[in-house]
Write a protein that binds this ligand. Sequence first.
Ligand code: GDP
Ligand code: MN
Length: 380
Amino acid sequence: MDLYEYQGKQLFRQFGIPVSDGRLATTPQEARRAAEEIGGQVVVKAQVLTGGRGKAGGVKLADDPADAEHKAREIIGLDIRGHVVEKVWIERASEIAKELYLSVTFDRGAKRPLFMFTTQGGVEIEEVAANNPDALVRLHIDPLEGFQPWVARRLVYGAGVEDPGEQKQIASIVEQLYRCFVASDAMLCEINPLIVTPEGEIKALDSKFTVDDSALFRHPDIAELRDTSAADPLEALARDKGVTYVKLDGTVGILGNGAGLSMSTVDVVVTAGGRPANFCDLGGGGDAEGVVDALEVITRDPQVKSIFFNIFGGITRGDEVARGILEALDRIEIAVPIVVRLDGTNAEEGLKILADAAPPNLHVSPTMLDAARTAVELAA
Ligand code: GDP
Ligand code: MN
């Protein structure tokens, strides 16, 4: 899960990393009020989940509240690489003497967190790595040892920071950033630029923050930061119900148990000449409640003209899935035909349950290819 700049900065602040005072605004009028409250010169910053906002015209200085309103009007609605700006962050403007770069990320190859630090901040880090690799200090952290003071010293001296005041502040930010990274189960915490003001004060002017989705259950406060308005309503419903769902652009709704089988189901529908409307994975359990939830999500998509329900019973039991299908047909109105292929554990019991109930809109096929052909035909 990627956080917006202002959300990342909230977390930075909680961990003692210096950031500027700011307010969120969704309209030019709100931007004006925010600038009035902050006072003096402010910077108006597009809040979108993509970088390079400055170059795209999404970061602008404003001299007074009227100017902030004007700049916000320019930025709200701007399309930055496919992301339309809906919110701006109004922040007290900083004077910049130097721009540094500091990040900690999870290096999967090394199986360790990796710090990167350079005094060549403010530009894309890939640029520094390509053109001036010696200026970029890289340092892995042993997760069992955790942060040690020498880590910060190695980064600071390695990058050639000479001012003792700067060294001390950067060392402290390195330590806080590592604590923030570990405590939030982050995959990336990046500060670009980390600035030095003319007074010698160091602070985070930007934030890029990615949290491990699989760890969000441990961080309800962070999970809550997810912007559901920006998400597809069907995908939001799926996430609410704990269903793995990806919207595609065809007409055959796909439901399988397990990611591998669901992917194969997508393939076999294409082989049969159809186009999948989605990818939906019931997971390993496949109890009745899960089936109802998944069918509810799929049938909300008006593009779905038929549903191919592909089950191979391993842990999942065929009779349980069959009961789930009947329960779903009972509880929600499903206008489109459902084609079921059921094999594996308790398949016979499951098929018998379906045959006995014989709901009108349900077709049972013995093989995967056969079921796919039927579903494609019914969708046409
Ligand atoms: P990004 O382009 O998406 O990475 O957005 P940043 O937050 O990094 O801002 C881009 C650039 O705008 C920074 O590198 C700064 O040069 C400039 N900038 C941002 N905030 C301020 C500020 O408070 N004062 C000044 N003078 N420049 C700023
Ligand atoms: Mn930046």
